[in-house]
Design a protein around this ligand. Structure first.
Ligand SMILES: Cc1cc2nc3c(=O)[nH]c(=O)nc-3n(C[C@H](O)[C@H](O)[C@H](O)COP(=O)(O)OP(=O)(O)OC[C@H]3O[C@@H](n4cnc5c(N)ncnc54)[C@H](O)[C@@H]3O)c2cc1C
Length: 373
């Protein structure tokens, strides 16, 4: 029955599984990645790829520490994976422009700026005129903006394909179109049962995103509490001079991609595992984008996408070894920041699995905060 064996089997080839597989293989482990669809076709394919800890983490100290630390790894992470894979990966650290269209929103930006100043993070508050100079496409209704210059964005799909290619160059094997049903501990190894045969690993990394709780782990009665939160986003065929950087207001953001399209994100919807775009989602995003940059009314419509963000019960990632099955490692629950957190996740997992090094950051994101996992 068993078809193939390796040191480590990674379940899921999203950004998290591919980053982990790459890091493990790069450090010399023999790795197999088992994916039910194709590389990056879960949440990752819908991701906006924004790298913005000082917006995303808000006042959550744990998430802020993790995301800032991971952002600090990004330059080397991208350079290494591009060099090792030969796959180009768009990556820009052009900052973010958060925009206020009324006084209440401006007050929030001033509070955010004060928090950043206290943490010695470079950020500047702009008045209406300076905001329009920074981004000429902004609506005349703009009253001000906040620039955080260290933020950026990358193309999540290209990055994930590059990670997979680089992992394969280090000897990893990628098996697509194979759905894992259960993981069975046997004689110190783990058997990973799929609908197309079984794989044996000395250890397993569970990186199945929103689906992580659906996989049975024999001997572990609890399931990791990760559930899907749908996000829809649009691509507009932009006409005229490009938007200069990630531009953000409330729940609407714009990302200027290298191919000339403008990405507009994103809805946040609690609809279970339903994967589709909707008329309401497209309308809401179009209205929000056009309110921010009226030129968007003249853009072409290049498509709508959706993905399921893997959200844990406390919205923090779940990274660490199982207490019940110690050679099982969880790497899931990255919710809105899986792209941003990919380099750090890969490092934490590889340090723990290959070197027995437990980073202090693991304490707050351990699976055991949710019980006997
Ligand atoms: C609209 C939207 C915008 C986003 N924007 C950003 C952003 O700007 N910045 C950012 O950092 N993050 C963003 N995110 C979040 C980010 O995309 C996710 O956190 C990240 O993609 C999660 O990666 P993952 O590998 O854990 O999950 P996924 O990409 O979902 O990968 C999990 C993989 O596991 C596979 N799998 C599941 N079950 C099985 C099984 N039983 N057997 C085999 N394989 C299985 C799936 O097919 C899938 O390919 C966004 C997400 C969405 C939806």
């Amino acid at each position: 029955m068993a078809r193939s064996s390796s040191d480590i089997v990674v379940v899921g080839a999203g950004i998290v599984g591919c980053a982990v597989a790459h890091e493990l293989a790069r450090r010399g482990a023999s790795v197999q990645v088992v994916e039910q669809r194709a590389i990056g076709m879960g949440a990752t394919h819908a991701s906006a790829g924004i790298l913005a800890p000082y917006i995303e983490a808000g006042t959550d100290e744990t998430l802020l520490d993790l995301t800032v630390r991971s952002l600090g790894l990004f330059d080397n992470f991208i350079a290494r994976v591009v060099a090792e894979s030969g796959v180009p990966v768009p990556y820009h650290r052009t900052g973010t422009l958060q925009v206020a269209l009324n006084d209440e929103e401006m007050l929030e930006l001033r509070h955010a700026a004060a928090r950043l100043e206290a943490e010695h993070v470079a950020a500047s508050v702009l008045d209406a005129q300076a905001a329009r100079t920074a981004e000429p496409h902004l609506s005349d209704a703009v009253v001000g903006a906040l620039v955080v210059s260290t933020h950026g964005f990358t193309a999540a799909g290209d990055l994930t394909r590059a990670l997979a290619a680089a992992a394969c160059r280090h000897g990893a094997r990628l098996i697509e179109a194979s759905a894992v049903g259960r993981i069975v501990p046997k004689n110190g190894d783990l058997i990973v049962d799929t609908d197309r045969g079984a794989f044996i690993g000395g250890a397993v990394v569970l990186a199945a995103g929103s689906w992580s709780g659906q996989i049975e782990i024999v001997g572990v009665p609890a399931r990791v509490p990760v559930r899907p939160v749908r996000g829809q986003l649009l691509r507009l065929a932009w006409r005229g001079s490009a938007v200069r950087r990630v531009t953000w207001r409330g729940r609407c953001y714009l990302v200027p991609w290298d191919d000339g399209t403008l990405l507009v994100g994103a809805t946040v919807e609690d609809v279970g595992f339903e994967e589709c775009t909707t008329v309401a989602g497209v309308r809401d995003l179009l209205e929000a984008a056009c309110e921010l940059v009226p030129q968007a009314w003249k853009a072409g419509f290049a498509g709508a996408y959706d993905g399921l963000r893997p959200k844990s019960a406390d919205e923090l990632p779940v990274i660490g070894a199982s207490r019940v099955v110690p050679n099982l490692m969880y790497a899931t629950g990255h919710y809105r920041n899986g792209i941003l957190l990919a380099p750090l996740t890969a490092e934490l997992v590889a340090d723990a699995m290959l070197d027995g090094r437990m980073d202090p950051a693991l304490a707050a994101i351990s699976p055991q905060r949710f019980g006997d996992l």
